[in-house]
Design a binder for this molecule. Structure first.
Ligand code: SF4
Length: 240
């Protein structure tokens, strides 16, 4: 498995560092965005904000602007809040105390940056675990992620190219399509994204915008409404 990874593993920029802040940035971006889209955004982000302290000092409005196009904008705000926590109090022992950091992200940062003896189990890793029935050591984390992403695919796994094929009880099986995510087109999420894009471009009268979307964005701390004008938050009024 590790030999396979040495030859076939993906060369991703966050694998060239053990800086926990950089790994945290990559993991938060990767939560709901594909690897190919994350790579350039991750590089730009770290160039602009190379440390937790530099991100902590940014305005929420700048963070929201920089997050545009990655989707699920609350992640950007939570990353900002996490940076503020780290800059003020250091890294917590329990990483899930950081805003937006759940058990998987905590395990990934712990394992890839801090040497924690824990296997981060994302969708790809879980799929390989379930199909093989193997118990993998934390050392196999990144190899498993790549195997799940490029070989042990959800519907039609490429068993002929798999380093685990010899002992895998699922070898050669095909799987039903997974339930599709509800469509973005026409969704409230799309209305929120469109409304936020308009406000990122320029502050606007509330009357010109989708009121329900504004209310939802304001609840998340992504916009603020003052005297019926909607703008990006100027202060660090971010909520969890
Ligand atoms: S043999 Fe096939 S099903 Fe088993 S781990 Fe490899 S790719 Fe997945």
């Amino acid at each position: 498995m590790l030999d396979w990874f040495a030859t076939h593993g993906r060369d991703l920029p966050w694998r060239r560092t053990r800086d926990p802040y950089a790994i945290l940035v990559s993991e938060v971006m990767l939560q709901q965005t594909q690897v190919e889209r994350v790579v350039p955004r991750y590089l730009d982000w770290l160039e602009r904000w190379p440390t937790a302290a530099s991100l902590a000092a940014a305005s929420p409005a700048d963070v929201i602007r920089a997050w545009q196009g990655l989707g699920y904008n609350r992640r950007g705000l939570n990353l900002h809040r996490a940076a503020q926590h780290i800059a003020a109090r250091g890294w917590p022992t329990d990483l899930t105390e950081l805003p937006g950091v759940g058990p998987y992200t905590a395990a990934a940062v712990g394992s890839f940056a801090l040497g924690a003896d824990v296997l981060p189990v994302d969708t790809n890793v879980r799929r390989v675990q379930e199909r093989t029935g193997y118990a993998f050591s934390p050392r196999a984390g990144q190899a498993l992620m790549d195997l799940g992403a490029t070989v042990c695919l959800a519907r039609i796994p490429r068993c002929a190219s798999c380093p685990l094929a010899a002992g895998c009880p699922s070898r050669g099986r095909r799987y039903e399509p997974l339930r599709k995510q509800s469509p973005f087109e026409g969704s409230f999420r799309q209305r929120r994204a469109r409304t936020l894009r308009l406000v990122v471009a320029a502050e606007r009268p509330l009357a010109e915008l989708d009121a329900a979307a504004v209310e939802s964005l304001a609840r998340d701390g992504l916009v603020q409404v003052e005297a019926d004008v909607v703008a990006l938050p100027r202060e660090a009024t971010i909520r969890a």
